[in-house]
Design a protein around this ligand. Structure first.
Ligand SMILES: NCc1[nH]cc(CCC(=O)O)c1CC(=O)O
Length: 321
């Protein structure tokens, strides 16, 4: 009698960007899944994305729709890979047909950090002198910080984390703004000079969390990655993403959020700011965490009525797309 032929379980192929931060995040996911499923095999497929190649153009000019995700998504659609690990904030709010956000992992501190040049090591954002040069490539950070500190000088900065820190240290900037989470994951928490409080600047949608994207019909992969889901983070991020989805018109926009979850109750704060920092529309909504997405949509509609619509129309006309 011949033994029953059972095919070995399929190898799960994980897509990742090649940047140092992306790989740290992807290897963490691989390690966690390997622990949960010791009999399965997970392999990492690292690839470059458009966003990794265009380093000399301001992000705001090219827009960021799928800049860091498109190549990874094509690989999944073509069945060359099975899921992709992203910094959730880089994942567009609308995904290609056939792909879904299958898992949101527990969030690190979602705030932004001030990193200063040595000569300003005794300063905070509030005490930087007039004309100090602050580097950021994000319209969201730019608009909110300009609103609060109109006397500072803001300059675009590109490149990966190490490149940006090198530019700061070389004296090209007096200070730069980076995500707390990225610095922590790369073991560079010692560079965090000040965690920027939400009263000064709201963070990006999805910041500090990982999003795992996969094919909508791949039930096997979906059930594997779900073990890494952190429900409170997922609820917060679903509210944040619905807020952004309702407001955005196709390019990078100065939109910030903050979310708090206490038991069943979710509080979402959102801001839309003009690029010159002159106008800032901000409001808060509270409700049941199970209604996260409706809350995001509702808050977006509220802000639109309060003037966000005009601000966004101006930006789309200016930046294009
Ligand atoms: N777009 C770049 C990017 N995407 C995710 C992070 C940091 C990690 C995170 O926010 O989850 C960063 C760097 C930064 O904003 O400083």
């Amino acid at each position: 009698m011949s033994p029953a032929v059972s095919s070995p379980p399929r190898i799960i192929r994980i897509a990742s960007r090649k940047s140092q931060l992306a790989l740290v995040q992807t290897y963490w996911v691989q390690e966690q899944l390997q622990k949960h499923f010791p009999d399965r095999s997970f392999e990492v497929h690292a690839m470059s994305t458009q966003g990794d190649k265009i380093l000399d153009v301001a992000l705001a000019k090219i827009g960021d729709k799928g800049l860091f995700t498109k190549e990874l998504e094509l690989g999944m659609i073509n069945k060359e890979t099975d899921f992709a690990v992203h910094s959730l904030k880089d994942l567009p709010t609308r995904l290609p047909e056939g792909l879904i956000l299958g898992c949101v992992t527990e969030r690190e501190n979602p705030a932004d950090a001030l990193v200063v040049h040595e000569k300003f090591k005794d300063k905070q954002l509030e005490t930087l002198p007039e004309g100090a040069v602050v580097g950021t490539s994000s319209l969201r950070r730019l608009a909110q910080l300009r609103h609060r500190f109109p006397y500072l000088t803001f300059k675009d900065i590109r490149g990966n984390l190490n490149t940006r820190l090198a530019k700061l240290d070389a004296g090209e900037f007096d200070a730069i703004i980076l995500a707390v989470a990225g610095l922590q994951r790369l073991g560079m928490s010692d560079r965090i000079h000040q965690v920027i409080p939400s009263e000064i600047s709201l963070h990006a949608v999805g910041q500090g969390a990982l999003g795992i994207e996969c094919r909508a019909d791949d039930t096997e992969v979906l059930s594997l990655i779900k073990v890494l889901e952190h429900t409170p983070t997922a609820q917060r991020c679903y509210a944040e993403r619905a807020f952004l989805r309702e407001l955005e018109g196709g390019c990078q926009v100065p939109i910030g959020v903050n979310t708090v979850i206490e038991g069943e109750q979710l509080t979402l704060t959102g801001v839309v700011a003009s690029l010159d920092g002159q106008r800032l529309v901000k409001d808060t909504i509270t409700g049941n965490a199970n209604d996260a997405e409706q809350m995001g949509t509702q808050l977006a509609q509220k802000l639109r009525q309060q003037g966000a619509a005009e601000i966004l129309a101006e930006i789309f006309a200016e930046v294009g797309r």
